[in-house]
Structure formats: structure tokens, C-alpha cells
Write a protein that binds this ligand. Structure first.
Ligand code: URA
Length: 326
């Protein structure tokens, strides 16, 4: 079946959404009609056992200190020092709509208002030159504020450049700002940022000793996933930002930033917790992807995996695991 460019873009956006949500495999290539399949048997035990987090008898990953503890019968419930309100279904972003197979008139991409720039190689080239021209973070922020090559700037309230300490040893990179970040002009200040702060505190860090930024510095309208073109245009800026900060360790919050910055193709559940190397102009530094705090708000059980990653981070910062990451 031949797809139009628009249908192809919508399908790519859908697959990227699945990727961002941590889906890294398919369980069948024939669609199941769930309404007709009401009488289908429950999944077999073997199938359930292949899901590591749920496997019966599987070694339990240590519980994260910021997650709620189970209540033991007869005991008062343990109050987590970092209580997290239960995820609301409404907080979950909905997947991009499937493309209509009917021919649709050519329309500009979502967020491309009047005078919007069509993303193309010229915009990427301009971004590269602008990023390379900056020799300090202040200059980089100024060139990014002046840059008009990304459509997202037209719908965002403001540039969300960075937060934290530019002299920090450790830099975190997320995907793109959300609503709260767009309003306040700082990355990770909404619910997921608050969870991140609790996770940092659990390993003795806060925003005075980390630096944090996003691959895309403008909020995509409706918090949609940035398109591949938008990401490509913004990539020279985040790369330059990493060069100028020159951290000792880089942590990707979610699979999307790891994909953009080290070209990883694995889903986040496979990728997380693995030390890789990130290339700066004259040396490489250890980098690792971990689960995005927004994902953890929706999947609280996975916090134990993030806790493993944060302990590995603490170990590398204290030098204990330096050889493991060399
Ligand atoms: N999610 C991100 O990836 N970045 C932010 O700044 C906020 C939420």
C-alpha cells in the first residue's frame, strides 16, 4: 500500500510515541479484535513469566526510596518521604491519531502558523552555524533566542534554555518542555520535574550541583512529540550546550534524548542503566539513559529500575564505579 507523505509522517509519529512510552517489541503481527475476543483465554503463565517486572519468584529490584512502601497487615502504612500522587489517566498523553487513508489536502504541520518556516536542511545548517558561533552558554542562549528556524518557537511562550549549575559535573537532558516549563521558562519544573528533584535528593543532589536542559528548547503545542525535523533542527544547539557545559557524566531522561544524542535504537527499557560513551570534541564521557520521570508518574512500579540507575549514577560520581564506565 502506498502512503502519502502526511500518512507516513503520522505513522512515524505514532511509532515514535510508542517508543517514547517504552514499547520496544511487538507481541503479534495480527491485530486482535478485543470486542470479539472477550472469550479468549487469559495469557498463559509462560507469557506472563516473560515479563521481568511481574515474574513470579524473580529477584525483586530494590524499592526506590521515593516510592510508596507496601502496607504489612497489622502495621501502620509507611509514609514515603517522597509521596507521589497517583497518576491520573488524563495526564497520559494520547497517541497521535492514525492517518486517514482518504486523501487529505496538504496542510501545514501542527503548530505551523502563518509565516511558519518549513523545516528543511537549510534550517538545520543555520542552526549548526548559530550553535558553532557561540563560545559561552550566554552566547548560545542569545543565538537560540534569536533563531527563527524552528516552527515550535512560534507556538511556544518562550525559550526553555536550562536550569541548574553550568559548572556541575553532571548534566541531564530531557526531550522537550511541557506546559509548566513553557510558562516558567525552566526545564523540569512541573510534576515530572518535582519527581526528578526527589530522585536527585535521594542521591544527595539538587539543582545547585546538576545542570539540566532539553533536546528541544521550545514546547511542542499540546505536548505532542517533536517531529524528526524539529528535533534535527534543534540538535546542534543541545550538542553545543553539552560541549560548553563539558560535564563529566551525561544522563538522558527517557529514550528520546538518547536516540537523538547517541543514536540509540533500543527501546528505553532495554537501553536504561547501560553506560555508553558520549563524544565531546576532544574526549568522551560516560552517559546513560534512565526512565523519564513522566513515565515513572504513569508507571510507579518502574521506579525501582530508575532507583538502580540513580544508584549507579551516585556510584560513578563518587568514583566507585569509574572503571565500569571507562
Ligand atoms: N519533560 C521533558 O522532557 N522536559 C521538561 O522540561 C519537562 C518535561
Amino acid at each position: 500500500m502506498a502512503f502519502s507523505d502526511e500518512e507516513r509522517r503520522a505513522l512515524v509519529a505514532l511509532v515514535e510515541w510508542y517508543d517514547a512510552m517504552g514499547v520496544d517489541g511487538v507481541v503479534g503481527d495480527v491485530a486482535i479484535d478485543r470486542l470479539a475476543a472477550r472469550s479468549l483465554p487469559e495469557p498463559s503463565p509462560e507469557r506472563s513469566a516473560s515479563r521481568p517486572a511481574m515474574a513470579e519468584g524473580a529477584p525483586r529490584t530494590p524499592r526506590a526510596p521515593w516510592e510508596a512502601q507496601p502496607t504489612v497487615a497489622g502495621e501502620a502504612p509507611f509514609e514515603s518521604p517522597f509521596p507521589v500522587s497517583p497518576p491520573t489517566p488524563a495526564a497520559r498523553p494520547s497517541p497521535p491519531p492514525l492517518p486517514s487513508l482518504r486523501p487529505t489536502p496538504a496542510v501545514p504541520p501542527i503548530g505551523a502558523g502563518p509565516g511558519a518556516v518549513v523545516p528543511d536542511e537549510a534550517a538545520v545548517e543555520t542552526a549548526r552555524a548559530a550553535a558553532a558561533s557561540a563560545s559561552t552558554l550566554a552566547e548560545l542562549e542569545a543565538v537560540m533566542r534569536a533563531f527563527d528556524g524552528c516552527n515550535l518557537k512560534k507556538t511556544a511562550t518562550q525559550l526553555v534554555f536550562a536550569d541548574g549549575n553550568p559548572a556541575a559535573k553532571i548534566m541531564f537532558v530531557g526531550e522537550a518542555p511541557g506546559r509548566d516549563e513553557d510558562i516558567q521558562g525552566k526545564p523540569f519544573v512541573g510534576r515530572s520535574g518535582q519527581l526528578l528533584d526527589r530522585m536527585l535528593a535521594a542521591i544527595g543532589l539538587d539543582r545547585t550541583n546538576i545542570y539540566i536542559a532539553n533536546v528541544v528548547p521550545w514546547r511542542p503545542p499540546g505536548n505532542r512529540t517533536p517531529s524528526p525535523q524539529e528535533t534535527e533542527i534543534c540538535r546542534p544547539f543541545i550538542r553545543r550546550q553539552i560541549e560548553l557545559v563539558s560535564p563529566e557524566v551525561l544522563i538522558f531522561l527517557g529514550g528520546a534524548s538518547a536516540k537523538v544524542l547517541i543514536g540509540s535504537t533500543d527501546g528505553i527499557l532495554k537501553l536504561r542503566g547501560r553506560w555508553e560513551r558520549y563524544a565531546l570534541p576532544d574526549h568522551t564521557i560516560p552517559c546513560m539513559a534512565t526512565l523519564h520521570p513522566a513515565y515513572l508518574l504513569r508507571q510507579p512500579l518502574q521506579k525501582r529500575l530508575a532507583w538502580r540507575d540513580f544508584r549507579a549514577l551516585r556510584a560513578i560520581l563518587t568514583g566507585a564505579a569509574a572503571s565500569a564506565a571507562d
